[in-house]
Design a binder for this molecule. Structure first.
Ligand code: ZN
Ligand code: ZN
Length: 233
């Protein structure tokens, strides 16, 4: 910690984002951290069933394997996600990235050669929020494993209502349909596309966002996709 950060911590002691407890550093207290019981399995990308091994038997042709660190019903996890997304508390991305990394590290998975790709947000949302929450989580996650991040290959080119405002499953699918595209670099039309991708989003509910983004990546030549969310609703 540098001198300026140290001084700021003394003047404005940090508080746990989830419960408000005073902290000496960081943004989540130990009790809330322990209270977030992480999942121990990955999930089927087709139906969301837990997969103790990583191979889906029910939907072997699902476009991705789904991962979710915890339940959105967990109050601490929800407070972190909410703080980051709607309270613009950037510091919440660090514990969220760490929770995601620890969850992923315990899965029996070969992570070699994987690139991290955050689910993009629209330009309008970016202007309003100032950052892409999934990109901040992805950055922290990638640093834990020393993985490369490709945060500019996928773009969201339309602005539609947030998925959280739509309850119906089919309507969620329709709402994100056609939203994502590969970014074409005019100077380099043959921009390399990674073969294996960990696609990161904050929350997954119906899986519609992952499905849409994964379809675009697959059409561009990505062979293997692990769609990873901090929380599953
Ligand atoms: Zn707490
Ligand atoms: Zn399934």
């Amino acid at each position: 910690m540098d001198a300026a950060a140290f001084l700021i911590d003394i003047l404005f002691p940090p508080e746990c984002i989830a419960c408000g407890a005073r902290l000496t550093h960081g943004s989540l207290c130990a009790a809330c951290r322990i209270g977030i019981a992480p999942h121990r399995t990955a999930f089927c990308g087709g139906c969301g069933a837990p997969l103790p091994g990583l191979r889906s038997i029910c939907h072997p042709h699902a476009p991705f394997l789904l991962g979710a660190a915890g339940r959105y019903g967990n109050p601490a996890l929800r407070a972190l996600v909410y703080g980051l997304k709607f309270g613009k508390i950037r510091g919440a991305a660090e514990p969220l990235g760490d929770i995601l990394a620890h969850y992923c590290a315990r899965l029996p998975m070969d992570l070699r050669g994987m690139w991290v790709v955050p689910v993009p947000i629209s330009r309008a949302r970016m202007r309003e929020r100032g950052f892409n929450q999934s990109a901040l989580i992805a950055e922290r996650f990638a640093r834990f494993f020393g993985m490369p991040v490709a945060d500019d290959i996928l773009v969201r080119h339309t602005d539609r209502p947030p998925q959280s405002e739509i309850a119906d499953h089919d309507a969620r699918r329709a709402n994100v349909h056609g939203c994502y595209a590969m970014k074409k670099d005019p100077d380099d039309p043959n921009t390399a596309v990674p073969r294996k991708v960990i696609l990161i989003d904050d929350v997954t509910t119906s899986g519609a966002t992952f499905f849409e983004a994964a379809s675009v990546l697959r059409r561009a030549g990505v062979k293997k996709i692990f769609a990873l969310a901090v929380a599953k609703a």
